[in-house]
Design a binder for this molecule. Sequence first.
Ligand SMILES: Cc1cc2nc3c(=O)[nH]c(=O)nc-3n(C[C@H](O)[C@H](O)[C@H](O)COP(=O)(O)OP(=O)(O)OC[C@H]3O[C@@H](n4cnc5c(N)ncnc54)[C@H](O)[C@@H]3O)c2cc1C
Length: 492
Amino acid sequence: MSSLPSSSFPSAPVDVCVVGAGPTGLLLAGDLAAAGVRVVLLEKRVRESNLTRAFAVHARSLEMFDARGLAEKLLDTGLFLSSARLFGGARIDLSRLPSRFPGVLMTPQYEVERVLEERALALGAEFRRGCEVTGLRQDADGVDVDVREEDGAARRLRAAYVVGADGVRSAVRQALGMPFPGKSVLRSVMLADVRLATEPAEVPVAESGAAGFAFLVPFGDGWYRVIAWERGSDLPSDAPVDMENLRSVVHALFGTDYGMGDARWTSRFHSDERQVPRYREGRVFLAGDAAHVHSPAGGMGMNAGLQDSANLGWKLAAVLQGRAGETLLDSYHAERHPVGQMVLRVSHGIIRAALLGSPLARRLRDTAARAATVMPFATARGTGLVSGIGIDYPAPPGAHPMTGRRAPDLPLAETSDGPTRLYEALRAGTHVRVLPRGAKAEPEPGVTTVTRADALPLTLLVRPDGYVAEAVEDTGSSGRPGPGLLRASDAV
Ligand SMILES: Cc1cc2nc3c(=O)[nH]c(=O)nc-3n(C[C@H](O)[C@H](O)[C@H](O)COP(=O)(O)OP(=O)(O)OC[C@H]3O[C@@H](n4cnc5c(N)ncnc54)[C@H](O)[C@@H]3O)c2cc1C
């Protein structure tokens, strides 16, 4: 892993300053560096953390790793699962997700960070550890960022744009005076990484009942993450986790504690549901937990942060390089704020269902969950939202129905050394124009042109983040671009 670079603190203005080297900041810094933008990543931690909060990487995030040539590397670090067992024995089948990755990858958050950090560094992002952002001020041309270095030295950095990816207690958000409205939803949830003498028959597995709720997830290397909440417990977040107490909650819910051994790591957390009203304030943007936070139910926080970054990176690069107007940047809030709202709603629904106190309500919930998981539409809708596969962006009335949709991984016509499918073509980091089979087009600057393998008479312009900017059918119905979606004609 990287150590603190020896170069002096940047004295000349930079294009983008990303604050926070969690998953959100690392993906963004890598995307900006890949696009040729001068990006500085400031992280207050001196060393990388070997603790993990997140462990579930959903299908849409894996598609994004694929579009950067990183999916195989990440898949090698964990366990790919295509089903999960929910409350009351309901089983959710992910194997029919319409994705190259029909399931969920269980891997520690630090592996996600490692893969993204290696890429960002290799692409030339300037990474400075031990640099805590303490304040900022913006004017018409840029942002002054106040930084405290590890030795206490105060520094100032000038950037054209700043992105606060500095987590739930975001200093960037506070410096903007941006409210973070919401409420506390969960207290005293126990976390432990343990070995189990007996493996659960199916993993991941969740149960909730009179005792509380528990969730067991394998990391794939013999260790399991246990997340458990005991009904009525109201201990502070810094109270130590009592392993006997944890075993008894798990036993009460599953009828066994699976021979739970001692923990290599324990913690408690409490969880809030909050979202900022605006993701953009002038030249400053908020992304990831700095912009939205919710309970871990559904495992969507890190995934949503990664997708915030994938949405913002190419837009910042296009504006900085003069390929699009400033207003394109407003589409970051327009597209990602509603997704953040949805994630809060879905996670809230799951946690409410897990916390139900009355036995009758729990029986009804379990029956409803079992019924829903055998209804193809309900399953597809639920898994589509949680996995990110079903998330689309708004398109204007009259636009082709594909506009704003997630582009599927279309097979492409064979060429000697070209990409064989769309997500390989997206690795160029540009828009990709997908022509019907046999069609020809003039080369466009900043656009990679490919030809689809199937016979569908549809031309697509796919954004660098894998969403459809424009769709045109041969039948004459023309696709108009959605709000904030960069059209081919905007590319100079
Ligand atoms: C128990 C638990 C389980 C979870 N499981 C999942 C899951 O399975 N899947 C999922 O998608 N999500 C999950 N989450 C949520 C997930 O961990 C977060 O959403 C994710 O870490 C957010 O990433 P981020 O990069 O936005 O912020 P963070 O990971 O919080 O990173 C922010 C970074 O900014 C740095 N920083 C902070 N302040 C400053 C400053 N002033 N200056 C410089 N640097 C600063 C921090 O040191 C940190 O490195 C879980 C959360 C918990 C608590």
